[in-house]
Design a protein around this ligand. Structure first.
Ligand code: MG
Length: 405
């Protein structure tokens, strides 16, 4: 059996608001289009793939479409042909159909914006088309479905006309597959002016039975920025490390008489505090360095030199806030922070919650995302003798995708 596939990638993807066609946007390092094409070039039942692109892209197609595709499981590979699309989706599919070789028994139509269709779904859709003549992947509705009344009051939302039994509701996806003659009839109907959003509707319109094949929840269509975020999460299989950055920070200050002790912006009543310019807040300094480190943004000495009048005498919390701002400019927000304060005295425990709250407010997170532990140095070394206080901190930052794409 000769199976041809038409990939509809002729759209401009303006709904995504991106500056380039949405099919070229990368998901986990691979363009959406490349992912969609690979579903079929690597599928053992597929012999040829026709990719329909916008005219400008068809004239200068991406290299991954023109290079010889990888050899498939049967030791051969599907050929790839590129054609220019038309004004509407159905015109593009018609152009693609014209390029399909005459010996095709079954023609599959797939949307380039659905890069996660499984090989199994493709096989099941092809098998159903052979059986019935036409078939499409479709998802049973899990939500209750309301039919809205025609027309609407301008001052209110649409009104429900009635509730439709959801057992009979399926949401159309692609792939859609057809015996070649059935698709030929359907496309002819489209050329006579029947306007639809998918080819299965044309087949239905000309009177061919169309079989519903259980679709896949993961076979999403990438249309909005929210879809793109979901697609990136899917492509990672829940793996998110590419969107996370971790940083470490360390600081140490001398303990001297007659100075206030400020930790994380909280002043602790004691007769011995930390030496250093400004408030010598050793904890805020370590956390600031951890945040700067996570975005490879240099260190506290570079951003806040003691010689700079802007920062001379500034609160260390202001520096921390500035570091959070630097991370935000680079597209990251704080996910969580953890720190260890190493000091012989005073006891940290009574102050831990107040400090966590204070730091959390500057970091823009809940206090539940700020860890803080006190530890002594068991009387050993400078810290053990009470001459110094040190802090180790780590910060996890996450890519802030609220502005995507
Ligand atoms: Mg310091």
């Amino acid at each position: 059996m000769h199976v041809a596939v038409i990939i509809a990638a002729g759209g401009k993807g303006t709904r995504l608001g991106a500056s380039r066609p949405k099919q070229l946007i990368e998901i986990d390092g691979q363009p959406i289009l490349q992912r969609a094409v690979a579903i079929f070039t690597s599928h053992p039942e597929v012999s040829e793939v026709v990719v329909v692109l916008p005219a400008d892209l068809a004239a200068a197609p991406p290299a991954y479409l023109t290079n010889t595709p990888p050899v498939g499981p049967r030791g051969d590979h599907a050929s790839v042909t590129i054609v220019a699309g038309g004004a509407e989706r159905q015109d593009s599919v018609a152009n693609g159909f014209d390029a399909v070789r005459d010996r095709a028994d079954v023609v599959v139509v797939h949307d380039a914006a659905r890069p996660f269709a499984s090989a199994d779904l493709v096989s099941r859709t092809i098998a159903a088309a052979v059986r019935t003549g036409a078939a499409l992947a479709a998802l049973p509705s899990s939500d209750t479905v309301k039919l809205a009344a025609a027309g609407r009051d301008l001052d209110a939302g649409p009104r429900v006309e009635r509730t439709i039994p959801r057992e009979r509701i399926y949401l159309a996806q692609t792939p859609q597959a057809f015996r070649t003659g059935v698709l030929r009839d359907a496309i002819a109907a489209g050329r006579r002016g029947m306007a639809v959003t998918d080819e299965a509707a044309l087949a239905e319109y000309v009177g061919h039975p169309v079989e519903l094949v259980p679709g896949e929840v993961t076979n999403i269509k990438i249309t909005t920025a929210a879809d793109l975020r979901a697609a990136r999460a899917l492509a990672g299989g829940g793996r998110t490390e590419s969107r996370m950055r971790i940083g470490t920070g360390y600081d140490l200050h001398r303990v001297i008489d007659g100075r206030p002790l400020v930790l994380g912006g909280v002043t602790i009543a004691t007769d011995r505090g930390l030496d250093g310019h400004s408030d010598a807040d050793v904890l805020s300094h370590a956390v600031t360095d951890a945040i700067l480190g996570a975005v490879a943004g240099g260190d506290i000495g570079r951003h806040f030199p003691d010689t700079d009048p802007e920062w001379k005498g500034a609160s260390s919390l202001a520096m921390l806030r500035h570091a959070v701002g630097i991370a935000r400019e680079r597209g990251y927000r704080v996910s969580n922070v953890d720190a260890v304060v190493i000091a012989e005295r005073p006891k940290l425990a009574p102050h831990v919650d107040a400090i966590r709250e204070r730091l959390a407010a500057e970091l823009g997170v809940d206090a539940g995302r700020v860890g803080l532990k006190g530890k002594t140095n068991e009387g050993i070394g400078e810290i053990g003798r009470g001459e110094a206080m040190a802090v180790h901190a780590v910060a996890m930052l996450i890519e802030d995708s609220s502005e995507e794409p």
